[in-house]
Design a protein around this ligand. Structure first.
Ligand SMILES: [Fe+2]
Length: 247
């Protein structure tokens, strides 16, 4: 039981959903107004009993020329917002089923919706915060040590992650995460947002390879987008999330 709680706390920390004081916010319990304000604005993904769209941690054009302003505006303001609204709609429908006023025959439908929309929301929050202008390069410190331990080298990791991103069938993600059973970093694909995970896996670095993430600038050249994306990876953010899994 204690391990379960630790794991859930670690998972929330990995996605930035714990307050600075370690109190569990958002998913496990309603976040108080004060708890929500302890997070950077770009990580406040749940507030006042609902999922909310946090602002980007930088300007829309900050990732130019690698990711263009028009894509960022559409992606954040329209696509991500759609997942926030969809997740809230699913929560409302499930609450109605729970209190007897909803249609219980639709339980599976709404739970599938919550998995899809909720995962879309949390992965996009991670994705925005994983990027920064004038970033890229290589990780340092404990994160680099863990990557080297678990993949052989940073170059090996980069090769695997790029192959994962390039190989996603249709819409999905490449993810670097911490798998608590093995205690190792792993790379996984996510199809759509919610499929193909190892339960308990804590995403630390997410690359969106849905076409909405790159088609305006790169058209069908996903590999060019992936190559460009390495130039905006905020390794300090990834390192912070990795450190949180080790506490
Ligand atoms: Fe996306």
């Amino acid at each position: 039981m204690q391990n379960s709680v630790i794991s859930r706390r670690s998972a929330l920390r990995g996605l930035g959903f714990l307050t600075a004081t370690g109190a569990v916010a958002s998913v496990l319990a309603p976040a108080s107004a004060s708890a929500a304000t302890e997070l950077p604005p770009s990580e406040v993904a749940w507030k006042d009993g609902k999922y909310v769209l946090p602002p980007l941690p930088y300007e829309y054009n900050a990732l130019e020329p690698h990711i263009d302003e028009a894509t960022m505006r559409l992606h954040h303001d329209k696509h991500h917002l759609g997942y926030v609204n969809g997740a809230n709609k699913a929560l409302e429908a499930l609450a109605a089923i729970a209190d007897g006023s909803g249609d219980a025959a639709l339980t599976k439908n709404w739970e599938r919706e919550l998995a899809f929309q909720g995962s879309g929301h949390t992965l996009h929050v991670l994705f925005w915060n994983n990027m920064a202008p004038k970033a890229g390069g290589e990780p340092k410190g404990e994160l680099l040590e863990a990557i080297t331990r678990d993949f052989g080298s940073f170059e090996n990791f980069k090769r695997l992650f790029s192959a994962s991103a390039g190989g996603v069938e249709a819409s999905g993600w490449a993810l670097l995460g911490y798998e608590p059973v093995s205690g190792k970093l792993q790379v996984l694909q996510a199809e759509k947002h919610q499929n193909l995970t190892v339960q308990g896996f804590i995403p630390l670095l997410a690359l969106d390879v849905w076409e909405h993430a790159y088609y305006l600038k790169y058209q069908n050249k996903r590999a060019d987008y992936v190559t460009a994306w390495w130039n905006v990876v905020n390794w300090d953010d990834v390192a912070k999330r990795y450190a949180a899994t080790q506490k």
